[in-house]
Design a protein around this ligand. Structure first.
Ligand SMILES: [Zn+2]
Ligand SMILES: [Zn+2]
Length: 135
């Protein structure tokens, strides 16, 4: 029997299937169930609304969406205007928001001349990030 630390609660458990223990598995299922029930009663909710109503993080809900376990109304899933990643509210994801803030402060400071297209590698990074998270 293989012992492993649960990825969710960090407890040592006898690993059978996934990286989380039985109890966490059950808890996760309950969370998912809650989201699904809420969506059944409120089919037009946005991810932000679901998150607020169920207390489940938007990131988790988007995870369900990506896995195809959940479906929200068309347009309910917002996307970052910059990198296209799914977001709960606003126009930019957290990462792009930070980048945008940095760019704005960079423009204000204007201390060093920046290369013409500093946006490209950042975007690639963000895309790589997205692909990695999709696994
Ligand atoms: Zn656990
Ligand atoms: Zn973004």
């Amino acid at each position: 029997m293989e012992m492993a630390h649960c990825k969710r609660c960090k407890r040592l458990f006898a690993r059978v299937l996934g990286p989380i223990c039985d109890e966490c598995n059950k808890a996760e299922e309950e969370i998912f169930h809650g989201v699904k029930e809420y969506l059944r009663d409120n089919p037009k909710s946005t991810v932000g609304e679901i998150s607020e109503a169920t207390g489940v993080s938007a990131k988790k809900i988007f995870g369900y969406l990506r896995e195809g376990r959940l479906e929200v109304a068309e347009g309910a899933g917002l996307h970052c205007a910059r990198c296209g990643i799914a977001i709960a509210s606003g126009k930019l994801c957290e990462e792009c928001f930070v980048i945008a803030q940095r760019e704005i402060s960079g423009i204000i400071a204007a201390a060093e001349p920046q290369p013409a297209a500093p946006e490209m590698p950042e975007r690639q990074k963000a895309m790589m990030h997205t692909t990695r998270r999709r696994k």
